[in-house]
Design a binder for this molecule. Structure first.
Ligand code: TXA
Ligand code: MG
Length: 319
């Protein structure tokens, strides 16, 4: 198991030795390495068992550093950066040669963000290089939102876990870039479409649900617990699975009360942000519990409800 603590010097020391450090962000925990050290970055892919065609997000401490690694020239993206950084926004920008190809899987754009967590921002102030960090989970599994999640699955592979408590957004950052002259959202996440549109006007959704490696980042079987998950009407799904031990993920004033179901309400008061915070912890709890399968109803498709629904759909059994 890894050492867990709040010591930035320890984290820095591990990074300096080409090691891996789990870092807290407002979205989920990241598995960080020096982004300019290809040897260290390789370790991220190995630890996660992640295919090399799936590129990594580069985290920097302030907006002035972005120009060292990427071209931030589009006015709309500059506006978004100014509005929402530090925060759950990742920008896909033309890459500069300073970023090793292994970080971007050979693509000509690099994903960059400034995370909004004081410990990680303090760490970024202490170092002279950016950090590459995917979510700190084995490839394809649910992302971690607290140090214990990381320790359990990757503790033997990381040198230090920087303990920033529980993540207060709970789903990964929203990924935005320019394509065909339009602002596009490639991954729904912790910054809502509505917030983005209030800043730059109408945007296009290019959310990929395929498993085409040329469109990385959006592999369809992702964020998945090991138990089978089915989406739909809770009563119907319950009826279709007689004799099974079922965990039901619901939201708000859910009105069925089936005796042999165990209910997990993502937010009893119907708060979509709270639902996002609880989603991944709930999936983990259920995965570790005595259940045969998971059934879930979708949330309203607004605000962070969209990101939660996206994660549930990716976690769903594909037939
Ligand atoms: O909230 C987050 O974004 C968290 C925290 C740790 O920052 N990170 C995260 O990283 O979710 P990861 O690797 O689990 O997801 C990043 C997604 C990947 O699916 C990847 O394919 C996509 O971003 N991505 C990264 N760089 C890209 C690039 N150059 N072009 C296209 N997609 C990219
Ligand atoms: Mg991930």
């Amino acid at each position: 198991m890894a050492i867990i603590g709040k010591n930035i010097e320890e984290a820095k020391k591990a990074l300096e030795n080409a090691g891996l450090v789990a870092i807290p962000t407002e979205t989920v925990y990241g598995l960080a390495a020096n982004a300019l050290d290809t040897h260290a970055v390789l370790k991220i892919y190995e630890a996660k068992n992640r295919p090399f065609f799936d590129p990594l997000i580069v985290h920097v401490g302030n907006i002035d550093q972005v120009s060292e690694y990427a071209v931030l020239s589009d006015e709309r993206l500059i506006k978004l950066a100014n509005c929402f950084w530090p925060g759950p926004l990742t920008l896909l920008l033309p890459k500069k040669a300073t970023v090793p190809d292994i970080v971007t899987s050979g693509l000509d754009r690099v994903a960059i963000r400034i995370p909004n967590h004081s410990l990680t921002l303090d760490l970024l102030k202490e170092i002279s290089y950016p950090i590459a960090a995917p979510s700190a989970n084995p490839f394809g599994y649910v992302s971690p939102t607290e140090p214990a999640h990381v320790n359990k699955q990757l503790g033997h592979k990381v040198d230090y876990i920087l303990d920033g408590g529980k993540c207060n957004v709970g789903v990964e950052s929203t990924i935005v870039g320019i394509e065909d002259g339009e602002v596009c959202i490639y991954r729904l996440g912790g910054l809502s479409v509505e917030d983005i549109e209030s800043c730059v006007g109408k945007v296009e959704l290019r959310i990929n649900l395929s498993s085409d490696p040329k469109a990385p980042g959006q592999l369809k079987n992702h964020y998945a617990p090991s138990k089978s998950l089915f989406i739909g009407n809770i009563e119907d799904l319950h009826r279709n699975n007689p004799g099974k031990k079922i965990a039901a993920i619901v939201f708000g004033k859910h009105n069925t009360n089936l005796k042999d179901l165990t209910y997990f309400n993502l937010s009893k008061k119907g708060d979509l942000n709270e639902a996002a915070v609880h989603l991944f912890t709930t999936l983990r709890t259920i995965d570790e519990g005595d259940f045969d399968l998971i059934i879930a109803e979708l949330l309203p498709d607004t605000g962070l409800g969209r990101a939660v629904n996206d994660r549930l759909k990716r976690a769903e059994v594909k037939v």
